[in-house]
Design a protein around this ligand. Structure first.
Ligand SMILES: Cc1cc2nc3c(=O)[nH]c(=O)nc-3n(C[C@H](O)[C@H](O)[C@H](O)COP(=O)(O)OP(=O)(O)OC[C@H]3O[C@@H](n4cnc5c(N)ncnc54)[C@H](O)[C@@H]3O)c2cc1C
Length: 473
């Protein structure tokens, strides 16, 4: 067992924990990062499969994600644009695949009008919200106690419009059925991305990717940490704490520190035993944030055959097994990669199938319903399965159950003595995204530095500028 003494110990080497560690070490503090897995990156994870780059976890960046943009600028990481040329495919509830162009789904004019009405309503609500404080929205309690499913139907009689709008937040973002979370949680998702318009615009929200891959961002940060800082294969299962500091117990490293950044997803807080136990409020709060569930389907072909047919690869099919598909070919690769998404109850169905062969057959058939027979024969087929990952337990991220956001949210970012919580799932802007993880990492570092150095913390700091830039501003 290695016994270390540091100013700060960080638990979790995902983008949030690593960003916090990077900022703290740049500010001259000694840091140790204890990571459960044998790799950095957490919910960002990239593998090569038969020569193709597969982003098993997070991958896209959108123009509003300026916290992440400032980090990659600092690291010298470039981005590339997702392939977007050509027509899209929409699969109707009856199962017809319609090729279309433009922003509107090819549905009845009255449904387009209803969808636009709902989009406008969500835009208005999002504009009234400070994403850092969604519980201060003038209608917070009302919106947090109605499910998004019922909220949509209270505002429109058009079932297709409700399903289509539901898709953008339920299957598309929170990856829970729309009856499982509140309208306030849905408005937060929109507000965290700038507006609902941004969320429904796939060219905005799924705009660009990292040339290093998204996991590459964490790898590059880790390279810049001083020696003897990062310790992989060290799950922390025991944390002693008092006003004087903490002792974090990893598998073969124990760290005594003045402060701890707990940078694991909120659903895993209770995986750690705290001595003494956390206060009542945190023990209760942490039971109300749960992971969504989504399967990311990766299928690699000899060529991006859909492009030859004038298609972008973008497909939408609310209420179908595979709800969205995109061209996911990595920068410079000649093969063609499709990524499909299977969310919540549809994901349950896929995992309950008997064998991998059956899963492959069912999923490819569902994708072929959009893009034709050639879809059935990929050279690589892989399903991202974060639900089976002990150190994540779902995808993409955690959100509150009905009523939880306005009840527990106001104190979710308060530190408990020396313990600071840092996760993309606690962010306002960039909520549930790598951008939010980076912003939270920087903010946690700033709060700890203020405590350690006896200076004041600027509550308005949004985590976009690095702490050095902020100090020099
Ligand atoms: C399939 C998928 C697709 C996604 N797509 C996108 C996308 O396109 N764009 C985007 O911006 N975001 C996307 N996301 C979300 C994004 O990946 C997360 O928001 C981000 O990784 C969160 O960073 P984090 O540091 O807060 O947490 P994590 O990335 O979860 O990192 C937490 C770390 O803590 C470690 N850990 C857990 N428990 C312990 C313990 N007890 N002791 C030590 N270590 C522990 C974990 O192993 C992990 O490394 C996606 C996520 C998934 C799963």
């Amino acid at each position: 067992m290695k016994n270390l003494e540091r100013d700060v110990v960080v638990i979790g080497a995902g983008p949030s924990g690593l960003t916090a560690a990077y900022e703290l070490s740049k500010a001259g503090k000694t840091v140790a990062v204890l990571e459960a897995r044998d790799r950095v990156g957490g919910r960002t994870w990239t593998e090569q499969m038969d020569g193709a780059t597969i982003e098993i976890g997070g991958q896209w960046i959108s123009p509003d994600q300026t916290g992440l943009y400032s980090l990659i600028e600092e690291l010298g990481i470039e981005t590339f644009e997702r392939y977007k040329q050509g027509k899209s495919v929409y699969r109707t509830e009856a199962g017809e695949a319609i090729v279309y162009e433009g922003d509107d789904f090819p549905v009845a004019e009255s449904t387009v009008a209803e969808m636009n009405k709902l989009i406008e309503l969500m835009n208005q609500l999002a504009a009234e919200m400070n994403p850092d404080k969604p519980w201060e929205h003038p209608r917070a309690a009302e919106l947090d106690t109605i499910s998004f499913h019922h909220f949509l139907r209270n505002n429109s009689d058009d079932e297709t419009a409700c399903n289509n709008i539901g898709l953008f937040i339920a299957g598309g973002m929170l990856t829970k059925p729309a009856h499982a979370f509140s309208a306030l949680q849905a408005v937060l998702m929109a507000s965290s991305a700038g507006s609902f318009d941004n969320l429904v615009d796939e060219d905005f929200i799924l705009d660009r990717r990292m040339k290093t891959s998204m996991q590459g961002v964490s790898i590059e940060v880790a390279k810049r940490l001083p020696e003897e800082t990062l310790f992989l294969n060290n799950p922390v299962l025991k944390l002693e704490w008092s006003d004087e500091g903490v002792v974090a117990h990893g598998a073969d490293v124990t760290v005594k520190a003045k402060k701890v950044v707990l940078a694991v997803p909120p659903n895993l807080y209770s995986r750690i035993s705290y001595f003494p136990p956390l206060p009542r409020w945190q023990q209760v709060t942490h039971q109300h944030q749960s992971m969504g569930l989504v399967i990311k389907v990766h299928a690699v072909y000899e060529t991006p055959f859909w492009r030859e047919e004038g298609l972008s690869g973008t497909c939408f099919g609310p209420n179908h097994l595979v709800q969205e598909i995109y061209d996911n070919t990595f920068d410079g690769e000649e093969t063609g990669t499709l990524v499909g998404f299977i969310s919540d109850v549809e994901a349950d169905k896929v995992w309950s199938l008997e064998s991998d062969e059956e899963r492959k057959e069912v999923v490819l058939k569902a994708m072929a319903e959009f893009l034709g027979e050639k879809t059935l024969d990929p050279k690589v087929f892989y399903l991202s399965d974060f639900g089976s990952e002990e150190w994540t337990r779902g995808a993409y991220a955690t959100s509150y159950d009905l009523g939880g956001l306005h009840r527990f949210g106001p104190t979710q970012n308060d530190n408990v003595g020396p313990i600071y919580f840092s996760s993309s799932d606690l962010a306002g802007e960039g909520f549930q995204h790598v951008d939010g993880a980076v912003r939270m990492g920087r903010r946690s570092a700033a709060r700890i530095l203020a405590e350690l150095d006896g200076t004041s913390y600027d509550e308005s700091y949004d985590g976009v500028a690095t702490l050095t830039e902020k100090a020099n501003a």
